[in-house]
Ligand binder design. Structure first.
Ligand code: PFF
Length: 522
C-alpha cells in the first residue's frame, strides 16, 4: 500500500539549530561529562576532549549535516538510502547504513527509560517524597526501590517507575507523531531556553554556595573547580583516556549514529549547513563544559570535601544524578524547588534527545516504504515499546550497560568511520567540499579539507584498532560479566542481532520495491 505524501521540513533556521542542539544537549552533558572528566585526569581530560572535538566532532557534524541535506534531496532521510546514493555501484553499502537506524533505536530503548526517572524525580521533588532523606544510604535505597531492584519502605515494586515510563514513552510518541515542524521543532523551541534557565539558576546557586561548613574552609567551590580542572598530565599517556574523550565527544554531539543525518534531510537544498552545524555544536559545548561542569562536581566538593569526592565522582552516572545530587539539594533551602529544577532540567535535556533517536526509524519507514507518518509512528511505537521491556525489567542484570556499549559506543565509532570514508574518499573531497559550501553562510577553514580527508579517518581507525586490540576478547567472552548475568547478556546480544537482521530484510524489501516502482533510481 503506498500513499503519496510530501516530506516534512523545518519551519525555520532557528528551529533546526534548536532541534540539533536539543538532540546534542542531553543527560550526557549533565551526568556523563562531569563523571568522565573527574574520573579521567580532570583538566588533562580536556586536552583529548578538545582535540577530539576539533578533529572528530566538528568534522562529523559538518559531514552529517551535508550528507543529510544531500540525501533529503533524493527523499532519503536515513543512512541506507544516503549511502546508496553516494556509492551506487556498491550493492552492499546500503546494509552498512543500517547502523544509522539500529544505533539510535538501541539508545532510544534505554534512554527513554532513564528519561522517565527524571520526570518521576521532578514529581517527587515537588511532592516532597525524597526531600526529607539526608543520608546516602536512604537515597540509594529510594532509587533501588523505585527501579524495582528491591522492595522497601519507599516502593513496593516497579509500578511507579513503570507508570512514569509509560507517560514519558507516550509523550515521545506524541511529539514524533506531530512531525518535524509541528512536534520536534515546537518542543525544542521552548524546551531549550527553559533548560538553559534552569541550568543557569543551578549554576549560580552552586557558585554562591560559599563555605557552608566553617570548620572546613577549603571545602569550597574553588576547590571543586580545582578538583575538576587541575590537570593530571600522566593521564595523557593512557589510551583509555583518549578513547573515553573521543567517545564522549561523539555521544554528546549526537554524531556518528545517523540522527543528525535524518534531521538534516529535512533541510532545503539551499539551506546553510556550515554555520548552523557549528552553532548547534557550540551551543552543546557551552551546555556541557560550562553548565555541566559547574553543577554536580563543584557542589559535591563543597558538601563532601576533597577525600570523598573521588569515590563520588567514580560512583557512576546514576549514583551522581539520583543519589548524590538529591542529597546535596536536600541541604539547600527550598530543596523541593531546587530538586525540581535539577530533575526537570534533566527531563527536558532527555526528551529533546530521545525524540531525535526515534526519528531515523520513523523516517526510514516513511521514506523507504512510503508510509504516512501516522502509520510509521504507530509501527515504531509498538516495536520500540516491546524492545524497552528488557531494559526496564532486567536493569539489575546489566542489560542497559550492554545496550549502551553497542548502541552508544561501539557502533558510533564504526558508523563514523564509514561515513567519513564515504564522504571524503568515495564521494570525493573536492565534490564534498563543494557540497558542504552550498548555501553556506561562512566558509569552512581550508585546513579542514585536509583534516576530513586524512586526519579524521586515521584518528578513527586508530581508535577502532586500539579498541579491538584492548577490549575485543574480554567483551566477546563476557569476561567482566558476573556469572549469573551471563545468560541475560547473551540473550540481549541475540536480541540485538535479531533486530539488526530484521532491518537487513527490511532494507532488502525496500530496495526491491524501489526497483519495481522507480526503475531509474537504480
Ligand atoms: N547527545 C545526547 C546526550 O548527550 O545525552 C545523547 C544522544 C542523543 C546520543 C542522540 C546520540 C544520539 F543520536
Amino acid at each position: 500500500m503506498t500513499e503519496n505524501k510530501k516530506r516534512d521540513n523545518w519551519g525555520s533556521r532557528i528551529g533546526i539549530i534548536m532541534a540539533v542542539a536539543g538532540s546534542a544537549i542531553g543527560l550526557g552533558n549533565f551526568l556523563r561529562f562531569p563523571a568522565k572528566a573527574a574520573a579521567n585526569g580532570g583538566g588533562a581530560f580536556m586536552i583529548p576532549y578538545f582535540v577530539s572535538l576539533l578533529l572528530l566532532g566538528i568534522p562529523l557534524m559538518w559531514i552529517e549535516w551535508t550528507l543529510g541535506r544531500y540525501g533529503g534531496g533524493f527523499e532519503h532521510g536515513t543512512a541506507p538510502g544516503i549511502f546508496h546514493n553516494l556509492w551506487r555501484k556498491n550493492r552492499f553499502i546500503k546494509y552498512f547504513g543500517i547502523i544509522g537506524i539500529f544505533g539510535p533505536l538501541v539508545i532510544f530503548v534505554y534512554y527513554t527509560f532513564i528519561g522517565s526517572w527524571t520526570l518521576a524525580y521532578s514529581f517527587f521533588a515537588l511532592t516532597g517524597k525524597y526531600t526529607a532523606l539526608t543520608d546516602q544510604n536512604s537515597l540509594r535505597s529510594f532509587l533501588s526501590g523505585f527501579q524495582g531492584l528491591e522492595k522497601n519502605q519507599y516502593f513496593n515494586g516497579i509500578g511507579t517507575a513503570y507508570s512514569f515510563f509509560l507517560v514519558t514513552f507516550l509523550l515521545n510518541i506524541c511529539i514524533i507523531y506531530y512531525g518535524i515542524k509541528g512536534g520536534i521543532e515546537k518542543l525544542c523551541k521552548w524546551a531549550m531556553p527553559l533548560l538553559f534557565i534552569f541550568g543557569l539558576v543551578l549554576m549560580f546557586k552552586v557558585l554562591t554556595l560559599g563555605t557552608p561548613d566553617l570548620t572546613k574552609p577549603d571545602w569550597n567551590v574553588a576547590g571543586g573547580f580545582g578538583f575538576l580542572w587541575n590537570p593530571d598530565f600522566s593521564a595523557l599517556k593512557s589510551a583509555k583516556v583518549w578513547l573515553e574523550a573521543a567517545g564522549q565527544i561523539f555521544f554528546t554531539l549526537s554524531v556518528g549514529i545517523g540522527v543528525i543525518l535524518t534531521y538534516a534531510s529535512y533541510l532545503k537544498k539551499a539551506d546553510d549547513v556550515v554555520l548552523s552545524g557549528l552553532t548547534a555544536a557550540s551551543t552543546n559545548e557551552i551546555a556541557e563544559v560550562i553548565l555541566g561542569g559547574s553543577i554536580i562536581i563543584p557542589a559535591a566538593f563543597v558538601f563532601f570535601g576533597p577525600v570523598d569526592i573521588k569515590s563520588i565522582a567514580e560512583s557512576g552516572v546514576f549514583n551522581l544524578g539520583f543519589v548524590t545530587m538529591p542529597l546535596i539539594l536536600n541541604k539547600f533551602v527550598l530543596p523541593g524547588l531546587f530538586g525540581f529544577f535539577w530533575f526537570f532540567l534533566l527531563f527536558l535535556a532527555g526528551i529533546t534527545s530521545s525524540v531525535s533517536l526515534a526519528q531515523p526509524a520513523v523516517a526510514f519507514l516513511e521514506d523507504e516504504f512510503n508510509l504516512n507518518r501516522k502509520r510509521a509512528v504507530v509501527i515504531f511505537g509498538v516495536v520500540s515499546f516491546i524492545l524497552c521491556q528488557p531494559a526496564i525489567f532486567l536493569l539489575g542484570r546489566g542489560v542497559i550497560d550492554e545496550l549502551d556499549f553497542w548502541g552508544g559506543t561501539f557502533f558510533l565509532v564504526v558508523f563514523a568511520t564509514i561515513e567519513t570514508i564515504l564522504f571524503a574518499w568515495v564521494f570525493g573531497m573536492d565534490k564534498a567540499w563543494e557540497e558542504i559550501h552550498k548555501g553556506a553562510d561562512m566558509s569552512v577553514p581550508k585546513v579542514y579539507k585536509f583534516i576530513i580527508k586524512y586526519i579524521t579517518p586515521v584518528f578513527l581507525f586508530f581508535i577502532l584498532g586500539m579498541w579491538l586490540f584492548q577490549e575485543w576478547m574480554p567483551i566477546i567472552t563476557m569476561k567482566n560479566v558476573p556469572l549469573a548475568d551471563k545468560p541475560y547478556i547473551f540473550f540481549t546480544r541475540l536480541g540485538l542481532l535479531s533486530v539488526f537482521l530484521v532491518l537487513v530484510v527490511l532494507v532488502k524489501m525496500a530496495w526491491r520495491r524501489r526497483k519495481l516502482n522507480f526503475k531509474e533510481e537504480r
